[in-house]
Ligand binder design. Structure first.
Ligand SMILES: [Zn+2]
Length: 147
């Protein structure tokens, strides 16, 4: 078994520990690093799962990327794509809803595309979610070339 981040080989106990706490097989160092990212940014676990799935698919994602104003859950910088994971639609307040839209408008003005993905899509359809994001990436790439 190897760490999904650095490919260092890991033992059974470390495998269990990382799977139980994060749901991703990681070495001791990366388990610690990811736990710190979660603590610092309140990152949803689904963002961690999507990050590693995108990494595996060769999309070169960045976790909790600082865009100058706020931390973005996942960013694909070469196509200026920001991915935000929506935790719970029922929990969202009207202030949050309009503030999310304003954030999306500001990043769009700076040439960034923001995609919001419900956490349930990642939880139940991780493979399809990754395929759709890969589709968005190639669409954005084509647009960049066209300009
Ligand atoms: Zn590692």
């Amino acid at each position: 078994m190897t760490c999904k981040d650095c490919e260092k080989s890991i033992g059974h106990q470390q495998y269990r520990e990382s799977m139980d706490s994060l749901g991703v097989q990681l070495c001791e160092r990366h388990t610690r690093l990811i736990k710190k990212v979660i603590l610092d940014n309140n990152t949803p676990l689904e963002a961690i799962h999507l990050f590693y799935a995108l990494k595996e698919a060769g999309a070169y994602p960045m976790l909790e990327w600082w865009d100058g104003k706020k931390s973005v859950d996942i960013a694909i910088s070469r196509v200026k794509l920001n991915i935000e994971i929506d935790k719970d639609y029922n929990m969202i307040t009207h202030e949050q809803a309009i503030s999310d839209l304003e954030d999306a408008m500001h990043s769009f003005k700076n040439g960034f595309t923001t995609v919001r993905i419900p956490h349930l899509a990642i939880k139940y359809y991780l493979e399809e979610t990754v395929q759709n994001i890969l589709g968005i990436i190639s669409g954005l790439k084509a647009n960049i070339k066209a300009i």
